[in-house]
Write a protein that binds this ligand. Structure first.
Ligand code: C2E
Ligand code: MG
Ligand code: MG
Ligand code: MG
Length: 281
């Protein structure tokens, strides 16, 4: 607090540092209880078809509403969850929650994309987690996309390939997330059984000479018969760049920020088309 900071003002940096460390420790201590205490929530961000600006999918993004520290973003707690099997419990909760939420709006089809840590794919049980989420929600498997994030490195590639193959055989599609964030993921393009490639938002921010890599990269993605999606489109200029590149699917604050489902759904005022009507497998 301000009062406390005033009292400790002869050691401001030390006081700040210890406060930050205390918060981190508290998050770490409280994380195992997030599911049973019902502190997780999911926000939804539109994925837009550039042909007509219609929303074809929503990406589910988890948040932790901590009673003392407020809203904690996933970049702060997912890496901690990945250190243990906690990521499986949190992942199952997000998957089921997102599938149920989107299945409820069936009839007006929209796809949902859920982020999955490579750690989760190291368990055979993940296949059953997906089956159960589909059964519980009644969601059509073809409405579900799982995004494999590069938040953790993919160590057991053979295992990950086998699990992804099994999940795809259910009709679920797989996206490789954040391509270009680290060069390691480029190697996964040819080895992982995937349908979609999401180009990391850093591409949209890079200087022109680095952006010049984009046309070749997109050509490579298409040659592999994969579907490119650009992320992080914030400005008109970035939108125009995506159009010039011939990419048909985009995501970014320009089209809509992550929001509670009801709000995300209300952003949609044009007829919605499911992803697979636009891009077939
Ligand atoms: P991601 O999967 O690449 O998700 C996109 C992130 O970029 C989101 O951050 C989103 O809010 C942000 N974003 C979207 N459009 C824009 C834009 O135009 N500009 C900028 N600057 N940012 C934009 P968020 O929600 O903080 O999530 C961060 C990351 O946390 C995600 O990156 C994903 O890797 C991970 N994550 C989120 N939810 C889950 C989950 O349920 N499970 C797992 N394993 N990871 C998750
Ligand atoms: Mg993602
Ligand atoms: Mg991404
Ligand atoms: Mg990311």
């Amino acid at each position: 607090s301000a009062k406390r900071a005033g009292k400790d003002r002869w050691r401001p940096f030390a006081a700040d540092a210890s406060e930050g460390a205390r918060t981190s420790l508290e998050l770490r201590t409280d994380l195992p209880y997030v599911v049973e205490r019902d502190q997780l929530t999911v926000e939804y961000q539109p994925v837009v078809l550039l042909d007509d600006d219609s929303i074809v999918a929503f990406e589910a993004l988890v948040r932790w509403d901590h009673p003392v520290h407020g809203r904690i973003m996933p970049d702060r707690f997912i890496p901690i969850a990945e250190e243990s099997r906690l990521i499986d419990e949190i992942g199952r909760w997000v998957l089921t929650s997102a599938a149920c939420t989107v299945a409820d709006s069936v009839g007006r089809s929209v796809d949902v994309s859920v982020n999955i840590s490579p750690r989760q794919l190291e368990r055979w049980g993940f296949i059953d987690d997906v089956r159960k989420a589909l059964a519980t929600s009644g969601l059509d498997p073809r409405r579900l996309v799982i995004e494999v994030t590069e938040s953790a490195s993919i160590d057991q590639v053979d295992q990950v390939v086998a699990v992804l193959t099994a999940v795809r055989s259910l009709g679920v599609r797989v996206a490789l997330d954040d391509l270009g964030a680290g060069f390691a993921s480029l190697r996964h393009l040819g080895t992982l059984p995937i349908d979609i490639v999401k180009l990391d938002r850093s591409f949209m921010r890079r200087p022109m000479q680095e952006r010049d890599l984009l046309p070749g990269l997109i050509e490579l993605i298409r040659a592999l018969e994969l579907i490119p999606v650009v992320e992080g489109v914030e400005t008109r200029a970035q939108h125009d760049l995506a159009m010039r590149l011939g990419v048909r699917l985009a995501q970014g604050f320009r089209y809509g920020a992550p929001a509670p489902f009801a709000e995300a759904w209300s952003m949609v005022d044009t007829p919605r088309r499911p992803l697979d009507e636009v891009v077939s497998r």
